[in-house]
Design a protein around this ligand. Structure first.
Ligand code: HEM
Length: 504
């Protein structure tokens, strides 16, 4: 009865604006496991599963979500471009709920898990690291990694089949962040000997930390010794920390400082330069921030590449358009250069269309800092002012925004050309968020992604791997199977089996 009264109070505080009324909130631990059950939980992964459908059902581009366990939570899920713009541009009124990110501070405080003056300081110190010189490094190193893969791993074979495309995209993204983030070249056939005093190579530590970070997030400290996998994760975290401290020490001690443009070195330099009176980063903060670049930049990139390859395998006509465009810029198949990056407009359009359909971050949380209101609208063009009490959870529902038919014609279709139109609706495309807290690594990803896509498509044709058990499926069934996803740290493709065929 008490919970029922709480629910009534919550619903009243938002003027009974339509939406979910459930026992568990969608973002609670239980809500992350339970399926959709009326009155109990909106369901696991419901933002991506429902896309725009809940907004259509509740009649507005913002619906409410009121839940009572373990405490009363009142929230809105936004899918209207103008309302979202208002939220992301008012950082003081709608700050980031940093408590939800506390678990990302194992190595130290950082730019993702902070707000207010602390965040401002981190952003100011880290932003210059994402420089033009770093982008060029990203481009050159990505091309080198791809060439290394063609020559030494694929050995220019006519056909390469993979059971799950992330088996390729995760290592590529890891190698790029390894060199452009940490300043350490690691490669496909890396058989580095274990350095003295270490229990794991840098490559293994980086790989385990970035792919199993969720274990560290969900398993309590006292249970980390329970299984071999947990133990390895624990060791990998300790080892990565050790490697990073060694890197800091060796660079501080080296007499002649060579010019380096990886994020780690730039951050180290910036944190030592206190000429403008800014307090320098403590070692813990340096570790915290560089670690967060690894977490934020690895999986997002790898999963986006995986969806891109999957979509191009399904839509052969789109792949051919892309191939012809790439060929028109590098007809002789040579290595593309960083200076040419902006010419690959079709490659960028393919990425944007992939990110529209499969945004890696499906809900961007904000919290309301004061009693206020928001204006929302709907498909019929009606407007309404809704009350937003202090403490309301706001979620920018990227899948709903990206599939909202007000902005996107045939939203379920894969049509990269929509991004070639100079008037495409920028405010309705938020895979990198927007405003002051937008992704700082956007250009890093775009540089890396375009280099990978351009090199791969110019040399190989991507097809769906044929498997006898799926021989009779329709195109729609095949698309659904290939692009099926589950929630993880970021939206995670389940299994994308592909074949890469060498172009003649
Ligand atoms: C497809 C690729 C990527 C996507 C879709 C993506 C998406 C996002 C989103 C949605 C946010 C806002 C998160 C929030 O408000 O909680 C964000 C923030 C951030 N991203 Fe990315 N990201 C990508 C790649 C990268 C890369 C490659 C890096 C670094 C190398 C990076 C570093 C960061 C950092 C440090 C922040 C926090 C910025 C701040 O709070 O000031 N991201 N990203």
């Amino acid at each position: 009865l008490q919970k029922y009264m709480e629910l009534r109070r919550g619903v009243k505080s938002i003027g009974d604006h339509p939406g979910y009324r459930t026992f568990f909130s969608g973002s609670s631990t239980a809500g992350n496991f339970l399926p959709s059950i009326s009155g109990i939980s909106p369901g696991r992964n419901h933002l991506m599963k429902r896309k725009y459908e809940d907004h259509r059902r509740f009649g507005w581009d913002a619906y409410s979500a009121v839940s009572v366990w373990p405490r009363l939570r009142v929230g809105y899920r936004l899918a209207g471009a103008a309302t979202i713009k208002e939220v992301v541009s008012s950082r003081a009124r709608f700050p980031k709920p940093v408590k939800q990110y506390g678990v990302l501070t194992f190595f130290g405080k950082n730019i993702v898990a902070s707000e207010g003056d602390e965040w401002k300081r981190y952003r100011k110190i880290t932003a210059p690291s994402f420089s033009e010189r770093n982008n060029k490094l990203v481009w050159d190193e990505t091309c080198r990694i791809m060439m290394d893969m063609f020559e030494n791993v694929w050995r220019w074979k006519d056909e390469i089949a993979v059971d799950h495309c992330v088996d390729i995209t995760l290592p590529i993204a890891l190698f790029v962040i390894g060199v452009a983030g940490f300043g350490r070249r690691i490669s496909w056939n890396d058989d580095l000997k274990l350095p003295p005093g270490h229990r794991m190579t840098f490559k293994d530590a980086l790989h385990i930390v970035s792919s199993d970070v969720f274990i560290k997030l969900v398993v309590p400290k006292w249970a980390m010794g329970w299984t071999q996998r947990f133990r390895n994760v624990q060791i990998a975290f300790e080892e990565l920390r050790l490697y990073m401290l060694e890197m800091i020490r060796s660079r501080r001690n080296s007499e002649k400082k060579e010019e380096r443009y990886d994020l780690f070195s730039s951050l180290l330099d910036a944190s030592e330069d206190t000429s403008d009176g800014e307090a320098k980063l403590a070692d813990e903060e340096l570790l915290g921030n560089i670690f967060i670049f690894l977490v934020a930049g690895h999986e997002t990139t790898a999963h986006t590449l995986c969806y891109t390859f999957g979509l191009l395998a399904l839509y052969q006509d789109q792949q051919e358009i892309l191939y012809q465009h790439i060929k028109s810029i590098i007809p002789d198949g040579r290595m593309p250069t960083y200076e040419e990056m902006n010419l690959f407009t079709h490659s960028m359009a393919v990425f944007y269309e992939t990110l529209r359909l499969y945004p890696p971050v499906t809900g961007i949380p904000k919290q309301c800092a004061e009693d206020t209101t928001l204006t929302v609208s709907n498909l019929a063009g009606e407007k309404k002012v809704i009350p937003v009490p202090q403490g309301t959870d706001i979620v920018i529902d990227t899948p709903a925004l990206h599939y909202n038919p007000r902005y996107w014609d045939e939203p379920n279709e894969f049509k990269p050309a929509r991004f070639l139109d100079k008037d495409w609706p920028r405010d309705a495309f938020l895979p990198f968020s927007a405003g002051a807290r937008a992704c700082i690594g956007r250009r890093f990803f775009e540089t890396e992604g375009i280099a990978i896509l351009t090199m791969l498509i110019s040399k190989y044709k991507i097809e769906v791997k044929e498997e006898p058990q799926f021989a009779a499926e329709s195109f729609e069934q095949r698309r659904e199977r290939l692009l099926a996803n589950r929630p993880g740290l970021t939206l995670t493709p389940i299994r994308v089996p592909l074949v890469f065929k060498k172009r003649v």
